[in-house]
Design a protein around this ligand. Structure first.
Ligand SMILES: Nc1nc2c(c(=O)[nH]1)N[C@H]1C(S)=C(S)[C@@H](COP(=O)(O)O)O[C@H]1N2
Ligand SMILES: [Mo]
Length: 362
């Protein structure tokens, strides 16, 4: 640092961590942003609120880190004699990082283009996943382990604190801008999802996580099985079902929309009382005619519903007729549609993630 440097220049040199720390911080921040992004998909309960904050703050701090990094390496891009075989990958990684941040910020403000087939938030998720892959390869081609000398405890702590406080303030500032200018993003939920107004089948989109689209289920042939770790298995026809339970529950899809609907159907707790689970039972798995499935801890499952109706209407095929899971506090992709089996189990189900991705390809 030269004595004659300007104030912003001096400030910058105090705030900027050493090169390797910047590089490894970018790596860490991208992984943290990606994992909090994925984690944010799991719930919509109050306990999940900090996950959303964290994701935004960490994402915004990435802007600063990338700024440090680009200022340092820009000559490698502008001077063609510096180009190496890995340069293309570096450029692609940087562009993907900017696309990820830009699509996230655009989504928050609500200024997003209409695109066919997808909700715009999914584009952000797609870039984010691509970024993790590219960055992992990029980091391997330019691997330099962090050194002890790069970490001065006081200075590093100060630099990271500034980064996080900066991210948090930017996040607050962004919210303020949203409300002052009443941007389209102003009425977003904490999850980032956009409200869908109205009630009944037509008021919210039909969504498949990947490619699940079975033929309509024939109600006369339909049977619901409740089995597994229970004393008495049940097989019920559609007419055997007694849809006497109803509740207002919010469905929030990870592709970026939510709806509040009055759902009516069969309380899972009632089905379980009839089937009488073993003492060893810990989970209840809901399986679709397509193989798509999700499990809930048994106590939570008792409070869930298998809906036959939405907004006073009989469920449409697209929304899961005859029976779809309504799981309060869970994201949309866990609300299994076209349920044909309720299986009481003695453990969770790690493979359910895979099942949700591939159930459409058979
Ligand atoms: N069997 C099955 N259930 C499913 C899905 C699916 O693809 N297959 N998509 C899930 C997703 S991602 C969401 S957001 C909700 C959407 O419900 P909807 O189509 O009634 O709006 O259903 C969930 N249940
Ligand atoms: Mo979804």
């Amino acid at each position: 640092m030269s004595r004659s440097a300007s104030l912003p220049g001096r400030l910058l040199s105090v705030l900027r961590p050493p090169p390797r720390v910047v590089d490894w911080s970018i790596f860490a921040v991208v992984l943290l942003a990606a994992s909090s992004g994925i984690l944010s998909f799991l719930g919509v309960r109050p306990a999940w609120v900090p996950v959303f904050w964290f994701h935004r703050i960490v994402g915004l701090s990435l802007i600063v880190l990338l700024g440090f990094k680009l200022a340092r390496v820009r000559y490698r891009l502008t001077d063609s004699r510096q180009w190496q075989s890995s340069t293309a990958l570096s450029v692609l990684t940087a562009l993907t990082a900017f696309a990820t941040i830009a699509t996230g910020v655009m989504w928050v403000f609500g200024f997003v283009p209409e695109i066919p087939y997808f909700h715009f938030l999914s584009v952000h998720v797609g870039f984010g996943l691509l970024l993790v892959a590219l960055m992992t390869v990029h980091q391997r081609t330019r691997f330099r382990p962090p050194r002890r000398v790069d970490f001065d405890r006081r200075r590093t702590t100060m630099q990271y604190s500034a980064l996080l406080v900066g991210g948090a303030l930017t996040y607050r500032g962004q919210q303020l801008l949203n409300s002052v200018f009443e941007t389209p993003g102003d009425d977003r939920r904490l999850t980032g999802s956009e409200r869908q107004d109205g009630s009944g089948n037509e008021s919210f989109p039909v969504t498949s996580w990947v490619a699940d689209s079975p033929d309509p289920v024939d109600i006369d042939e339909y049977e619901l099985t409740v089995d597994g770790a229970v004393d008495s298995s049940l097989v019920l026809s559609y007419d055997d079902l007694d849809p006497d339970s109803s509740a207002e529950v919010l469905l929030d899809c990870t592709s970026g929309w939510y709806t509040e609907q009055e759902w009516r159907g069969v309380a899972v707790g009632d089905l379980l009382s009839l089937a009488d689970p073993d003492d060893r039972a810990t989970h209840v798995r809901f399986v679709s005619v397509t193989g798509y499935r999700w499990s809930l801890p048994i106590e939570e499952a008792r409070d869930a519903m298998l809906a036959t109706h939405v907004g006073g209407e009989s469920l449409s095929h697209g929304h899961g007729r005859p029976l779809r899971l309504v799981a309060p506090g869970r994201r949309g992709f866990q609300w299994v549609k076209w349920v044909q089996r309720v299986e009481v189990r003695t453990r969770g189900d790690a493979a359910q993630w895979l099942a949700t991705l591939i159930s459409g390809f058979e």
